[in-house]
Design a protein around this ligand. Sequence first.
Ligand code: FAD
Ligand code: 2HG
Ligand code: ZN
Length: 482
Amino acid sequence: ASVASTTQRNPDFSKITSDDISYFKKILGERGVVQDEEKLADANTDWMRKHKGSSKLMLQPRITEEVSQILKYCNSRCLAVVPQGGNTGLVGGSVPVFDEVIINVGSMNNILSFDKVSGILVCEAGCILENLISFLDNQGFIMPLDLGAKGSCQIGGNVSTNAGGLRLIRYGSLHGSVLGLEAVLANGTVLDMLGTLRKDNTGYDLKHLFIGSEGSLGIVTKVSILTPPMLSSVNLAFLACEDYASCQKLLLEAKRKLGEILSAFEFLDVNALNVVLKHLDGLRDPLPSSVHNFYVLIETTGSMESHDKEKLEAFLLQSMNSGIITDGVLAQDINQTSSFWRIREGIPEALMKAGAVYKYDLSVPPEKMYELVEEMRARLGSAANVVAYGHLGDGNLHLNISAPQYTDGLLSKIEPFVYEWTSKHRGSISAEHGLGLMKADKIHYSKSPETVLLMAAIKKLLDPNRILNPYKVLPPSILSQS
Ligand code: FAD
Ligand code: 2HG
Ligand code: ZN
């Protein structure tokens, strides 16, 4: 049975009354209080259409002070809340489980400042990632993160999940590029940590608690982020390898020979490519002359076209001569570049169209990564299509298992095997998507009991009534122990 179906509503939480609605209308006006059933149906359902809540209320604050007033009130009334951004999360963290109040900061979408010399952008948490990318494009800068959900996800959601994405290999995680943030605690206290300094060792760096804590410790309202300058020369290669060992060799060689210009190293296996070609329109196999077992996308970003091209071409020639790659193509124009990226970024969407999908987002030592995929294939036989892709350059595997429908029988063959395997290899059961509802009770596979207890103590200190994103991230059983 799924976590959702075994979770009980916490009886300490109040139910919304008409007095509550009147209070929220007083603070936010009619516009900020959503009770419309259609809008609520979308906000109650996650991107995968796997998790469905039954919230009757969504609040849309426009300024931090409103977020503060809402939370202060909810805390005093013991009304549970779910912070929601673009609702693209993949672990059931962004939708209510029961009747929690949804708080969406999407109306807080102003860019507050941008400093061209330092590259520091300060904005509100509801800014959509793609809008920030376009804004920076005009300034000659880029966001340090990029992901397939950019058209909908919000920077506040990205920070709250510590989203990784396609550029992490070059620019590192948000723990490095987020310089500051503003967050509102469960009791309404506004924490101004919106620094714009590269260096600041005055005491504990508390902003990190909010990066990746999935809305369980506070609502992020503003973000200050370091953005890299846009460089003039970007190249993308779509390559084929016949075995997984070659993909790893290619990674090592790419780090050695392309080091300072390497900006993405992504892989997909042939099953992933086939799902995309079957379910997404307008895409063609970039290497149609034969079928290959693995595909790798290598992107380089540098400042001198002739130098970068020369390096990349020499690297590709060497890799062909040594047999590490068996085929490959360099994107010749912007259309080809975007269609190669569409193949990689479109895998989750294609899998959604293919039917039910069980998603695992694992950090695994790269040399072991594909063993898990093969073991899983052997376990499941013809019952499912086991698809592997991900951020190989960061040791992050997306193991997706596609089947006609969700069944308990299939699930019991996948779990706990997948978590036990990952734990045995000291991997992470949540590399970049978070724990959400799906894995709240699986945290012990990757974290020691002492660590989990300290997390629970921090949660209790910051949110003693546990109103923020209940049933998610930490096992409810640990939080209910006094
Ligand atoms: P939501 O989904 O709305 O929320 C996610 C979590 O953050 C929830 O727990 C929610 O409560 C919390 N939250 C949201 N906003 C706030 C806030 N302001 N304050 C406090 N808590 C908040 N992830 C990656 O890491 N790398 C990828 O490459 C990647 N690619 C993706 C591709 C697709 C097609 C999709 C659908 C998802 C992908 N994701 C990826 C998942 C990823 O977590 C999200 O896309 C994104 O980071 C979530 O942002 P969001 O605004 O949609 O947040
Ligand atoms: C990606 O890298 C995302 O495409 C989604 O993180 C992965 O759906 C998934 O499992
Ligand atoms: Zn990913």
